[in-house]
Write a protein that binds this ligand. Structure first.
Ligand code: GDP
Length: 373
């Protein structure tokens, strides 16, 4: 009897413990979990979008150049290629070839060279490659000389800025209005700054109000210092002088001068540019280290006349920057410029964006004139 009693008692105690444990667990569930789950369920659904890395610039300059030169290729160089690739070249073909090359503003001497080369064709020769070679040779013959001139091209590429001669380089950029001077100065400043160089830009096209604003945007983006005329200071030489002073004092690597492209007349423009050279020479006798002439490829043969005028006033130029090759069928005029002026093409522009300007490479250029891919 006593056994039965104690057994029932123990059973009762076990049952009570189990019951209170279950009650506690249920309360915990209702108090903490159930409420929370319900609350979560009540929130409207959202998409959490984590930042993805900015898209990398994937279009290589080689491809930009090829697409930029499409107009030249289709209206001039593909026709040249089709003609010289034929099995034989009749007199009529030769005349047509000559006329196409003249349309592209290729100089007479260059046209003659090409015709002679094409005439030499025999078995086992590759006329297209032969013509490409003589075109490339013109550029190679007048490629930039080693030394300070080369430095800008090197600094353009992804080089370690510490390895280059860090002496201040003054780059004077000249050209008539509208050729793309200011934009090009902005692009060069942006690229040099990106590569770790300290750049000071002079907005010395004081006769064109928009030039200062344009350069301000480029310099802000690039982290380059801009020196521009304050109110009533329309003296380009004074702006250049102050920019160079600023560059010397701040131990800059480059001082780039954007100059005027139009004054009341051409003689005044040339006199102003000569004055800039004289004035900056007082601060730094070897300045400018480079005088780069910007030419618009769309002007074709006319670019040569402009170049001769600048060269007469400023002495030998250190290079030409050929812009707007994308909008022109006459990008081939680069050949005549180099041949006639004996000045290398240093940079080539095929569009308005920063990535559309690059160091000129003759192989890349000639291949892009002839080949689609
Ligand atoms: P500036 O008067 O010589 O200083 O000329 P700007 O720098 O103001 O340029 C005149 C116009 O040409 C601007 O709209 C530029 O964006 C444009 N430009 C400059 N370089 C190129 C190029 O390589 N291709 C094209 N399509 N436009 C260009």
């Amino acid at each position: 009897m006593s056994f039965e009693f104690s057994f029932n008692n123990t059973l009762f105690l076990y049952a009570m413990t189990l019951f209170s444990a279950l009650t506690t667990l249920t309360m915990i569930y209702f108090l903490f979990f159930r409420d929370k789950t319900n609350k979560e369920q009540k929130l409207p659904k959202v998409d959490v979008i984590h930042p993805s890395p900015a898209p990398k610039e994937t279009i290589e300059f080689k491809d930009r150049l090829r697409s930029g030169l499409q107009k030249s290729r289709s209206s001039i160089w593909s026709r040249v290629k089709n003609l010289i690739n034929g099995t034989s070249l009749t007199n009529e073909d030769k005349e047509e070839l000559e006329s196409i090359l003249f349309q592209a503003d290729i100089s007479t001497s260059m046209v003659e060279k090409i015709l002679v080369e094409v005439g030499k064709r025999g078995q086992g020769t590759n006329p297209i490659e032969d013509v490409k070679i003589i075109m490339k040779e013109v550029f190679i013959k007048h490629s930039p000389v080693l030394g300070t001139t080369k430095q800008l091209d090197q600094a353009w590429g992804e080089v370690d800025s510490a390895k280059l001669n860090k002496e201040l380089q003054v780059i004077m950029v000249v050209g008539v209005n509208g050729v793309g001077k200011t934009t090009t100065v902005g692009k060069i400043a942006a690229n040099l700054s990106k590569n770790g160089f300290k750049v000071v830009v002079a907005a010395a096209d004081t006769f064109r109000a928009a030039a200062k604003e344009q350069l301000k945007i480029w310099c802000d983006r690039a982290g380059a210092t801009l020196v521009a005329g304050a109110e009533n200071n329309n003296d380009p030489a004074a702006v250049c002088y102050q920019a160079l002073k600023q560059a010397i004092e701040s131990k800059a690597d480059y001082c780039i001068l954007d100059t005027a492209g139009r004054l009341h007349n051409n003689d005044q423009l040339m006199e102003e540019l000569k004055k800039i050279k004289r004035v900056i020479g007082k601060l730094l006798p070897e300045a400018p280290h480079e005088t780069l002439l910007v030419l618009d490829a769309m002007t074709g043969q006319n670019a040569l006349n402009q170049a001769s005028q600048f060269q007469q006033a400023l002495g030998q130029l250190t290079g030409v920057i050929l812009t707007k090759c994308d909008g022109s069928a006459k990008a081939g005029c680069a050949l005549s410029i180099v041949e006639r002026l004996k000045v290398p093409i240093r940079f080539i522009g095929v569009g308005e964006s920063l990535e559309d300007l690059n160091v000129f490479k003759s192989d890349e250029f000639v291949d892009a004139l002839f080949d689609d891919h």
